[in-house]
Design a protein around this ligand. Structure first.
Ligand SMILES: Nc1ncnc2c1ncn2[C@@H]1O[C@H](COP(=O)(O)OP(=O)(O)O)[C@@H](O)[C@H]1O
Length: 195
């Protein structure tokens, strides 16, 4: 199964992607996690991405596309994957389409977690408070200024992808305001798969 998870920051993509991996034996490809790993390891990509990410802006398409292209060639992706945080721009969606066509693969679905934007700020504040309480490091972009930018970037560059995938018949919308378990059930339902 090859899936894309769409949804704004704080929509719960990471949580649901994780659940999809354990339930369906596919791998989670989170460009956010891959980029944060590159920043932590101070690789050339990490050095390029660090400040852009901390500001809440988008890393250039060619950087992210190259990372994903390398990753989906790895053997563990053969059984399928769920892309979390990619594609995020029309250019990335086009690059993904080309990449898959070239490999003779296709997407099975694009699941959009539909959430109330006013709830997102609260969710991210809660995530920060919980991580701080556990003594974990908080993400550099989990602050009000960067979050506002991430939401703006989503609205301007990522939200148009819903329309694109609706036209191709791949889009499946799920109410992301339900409980975590209910969202998981709804995803299984729209995909027509049982856990
Ligand atoms: N596909 C992508 N294209 C460009 N930048 C990306 C992409 N994925 C992640 N990033 C960078 O990493 C940051 C964090 O991404 P992510 O972990 O998916 O966070 P969230 O969905 O919570 O905003 C983004 O704000 C952006 O700077």
């Amino acid at each position: 199964m090859r899936l894309v998870l769409l949804g704004p920051p704080g929509a719960g993509k990471g949580t649901q992607a994780q659940r999809l991996t354990t339930r369906h034996g596919i791998v989670q490809l989170s460009t956010g996690d891959m980029l944060r790993a590159a920043v932590a390891a101070a690789t050339p990509v990490g050095l390029k991405a660090k400040d852009i990410m901390a500001r809440g802006e988008l890393v250039p398409d060619e950087v992210v596309v190259a990372i994903v292209a390398d990753r989906i060639d790895q053997p563990d992706c053969a059984k399928g994957f769920v892309l979390d945080g990619f594609p995020r721009t029309p250019g990335q969606a086009e690059a993904l389409g080309a990449m898959l066509t070239e490999k003779g693969l296709k997407l099975d679905g694009v699941v959009e977690l539909v959430v109330d934007h006013s709830a997102l700020v609260k969710r991210i504040e809660t995530r920060v408070a919980e991580m701080t309480a556990r003594g974990e490091a908080v993400r550099a972009d989990d602050n009000p200024e960067a979050l506002a930018k991430r939401l703006d970037a989503y609205k301007a560059q990522t939200a148009p992808l819903s329309e694109h995938y609706r036209k191709t018949g791949l889009l499946k919308e799920v109410d992301g305001m339900q409980t975590i378990d209910q969202v998981t059930e709804s995803i299984d339902r729209v995909l027509g798969v049982a856990a």
